[in-house]
Design a protein around this ligand. Structure first.
Ligand SMILES: [Zn+2]
Length: 278
């Protein structure tokens, strides 16, 4: 079976199996460009299954020169193979300055890469700073095909995980609005299936966040609550794992709502609705 899936005139997807968040079993990496020059977007976790998949795919493409290894963000399932790829493809590794420190833990040569308009051979690409999942998340936009490579801002089969301290739901909401405004024809996510109906999927993403915000506001309308109390009300106490992850997710919502002036934190750690938000 081919390791490569062609997604448009100048994008190929490679599934790099490895350690990542459930329910996913690896990271979606992308080659972008032409037979003469490509960028590699993300490297998987750096384990043997991931590096083998990337090498097989690259060979299938005709082993084109790699001009850049672009890391979408500083999570190990995306940059864990950076040092390997740097050596193997003899290409520079670029990452947004805000996520660079994490990537340098694997690849000391990772260089700061700034958003802007670039060319990969004849292929025009915009590198967009889309923070939220992490402060330095970079997305790739191919205007000709209206194809978006979304890193972990958009996943193929579930909503994304945006938790403090690295994740910021306030930024993430703005990012989702900006991604929707691009009106992509196709999204290549960081994990999972290709999103072939981006409009509906992005609407679902935005509504999912808004719905959870409403739930939090409705519960706080009854009185001040701590994060564990909110999590127990929303997730139930019996699901220990969901419950812990849920507390972090809720903290993300509370932080964003606090930023908007909707809720405030009391000195005892409980949250209340602000005057006028009831
Ligand atoms: Zn991530």
């Amino acid at each position: 079976m081919s390791a490569l899936e062609r997604l448009g005139s100048s994008v190929w997807r490679v599934h790099a199996p490895g350690l990542t968040l459930k329910p996913y079993e690896g990271t979606q990496c992308y080659f972008v460009g032409t037979a003469d020059t490509v960028w590699l977007v993300d490297t998987g976790d750096g384990g043997p299954r991931a590096t083998q998949a990337l090498n097989t795919a690259w060979t299938e493409l005709g082993a084109p020169p790699v001009a850049l290894i672009l890391i979408t963000h500083g999570h190990r399932d995306h940059f864990g193979g950076a040092a390997w790829a740097h050596q193997h493809f003899r290409a520079p590794v670029g990452v947004h300055p805000a996520d660079r420190a994490a990537v340098m833990s694997d690849c000391a040569d990772a260089t700061p890469f700034l958003p802007g308009s670039y060319h990969i051979g004849p292929v025009a690409v915009d590198v967009l700073h889309m923070p939220g999942h992490t402060p330095g998340q970079l997305n790739l936009w191919l205007p000709t095909d209206r194809t978006l490579l979304a890193g972990d801002n958009v996943l193929g089969d579930t909503t994304s995980v945006v938790v403090p301290p690295a994740g910021d739901l306030h930024d993430y909401r703005t990012t989702l609005d900006r991604l929707a405004a691009l009106d992509p024809a196709l999204i290549g996510p960081g994990h999972g299936s290709v999103v072939r109906e981006p409009r509906g999927w992005l609407t679902y993403y935005r509504e999912h966040r808004a719905e959870r915000d409403r739930q939090v506001v409705d519960l706080l309308a009854e009185g001040a609550l701590s994060v564990p109390e909110l999590a127990a009300a929303i997730y139930g106490r019996d699901q220990a794992h969901t419950y812990r992850a849920g507390q972090l997710m809720l903290l993300g919502h509370l932080t964003a709502l606090e930023h908007d002036g909707v809720v405030a934190e009391l000195s005892d750690g409980r949250y209340v609705l602000c005057e006028g938000s009831r």
